[in-house]
Design a protein around this ligand. Sequence first.
Ligand code: NCD
Length: 320
Amino acid sequence: MRHLITIRSLEVEHIQELLDLGADFKERVIANKNVPKIANRVLGLLFFENSTRTRVSFEQAAYYLGIKTANFSSHGSSMSKGETLKDTILTLRHERLNGLVMRHQMSGAPHLAARFFGGPVVNAGDGQHEHPTQALGDAMTILERKGSLQGLRVAIVGDVKHSRVARSNAWLLNKMGAEVRFVGPRNLIPINTANLPGEVFYDLQAGIQDADVVMCLRLQKERMSDGLLSSSSEYAAMYQVNRDTLKWASPDCMVMHPGPLNRGIEVDDVVADGAHSAINNQVENGVFVRMAALYWVFNELEIPEKPAKPVAKKGVKVGR
Ligand code: NCD
């Protein structure tokens, strides 16, 4: 059984396989031919947190692959009547869903789902932990512009502390040979960065100096405890990626953002909509790597065969 829950636990060969599959699906979808179908599968889309890009792109990916989706959100479900996550997962299992895509506010929730569901689980973002398909889409986007990840200097700027996107990207980029930098104020960089692959910079200029890729992150106010940030405008004054600050990065650097954007805070309009920006390409590639993710997990799904009835032939003893 295959799940896609963390980048951290993936082998380099599997990351490469998923990226190659994503590029292959992109070609096929754009040419409108030879898109392989996965028949007779129903995929549960379980979103316990808000989502626009991730949710719609999984739906779109499933559509291209011929997979039927069953949508679930905690509002309007029995979870609002007090049902536990475990019982919800068991319910979906016994309703014979074949796979789950899951976003949850709790880090580790997809691991729990994987334990009880009995089919493949794809993590669509869990708490502050990981968001593997976002990192795959980002890597595919970088590869299209830069040709390779090896040796690239990638600065991840902003609210690293609350960002599952930062963590998944850091693991992926590090495994694929890029140099990762975390840039932001002290209170938005996790204390235990020693566990993450990257160097920490508290100064924007030093952090994005000669960077090939600048990834901006949203300030995740919904996850911040009170008083963590004095004000968004103070943050913007020190860490905004804009026309002026981008001059410190490499002249052909690309600017990325997983979305949703808070324009005028972590990034300005000129940069978000300018020639360096790859934000729309990230969204586009998100669909193709999610096709890859679904294909990859479903292809390994073992369909139990009907136990063959022993055929008794005359004179031959069957069984013991
Ligand atoms: C991110 C997320 O939800 O982790 N968005 C996304 O999936 N593209 C980042 C964020 O919410 O800021």
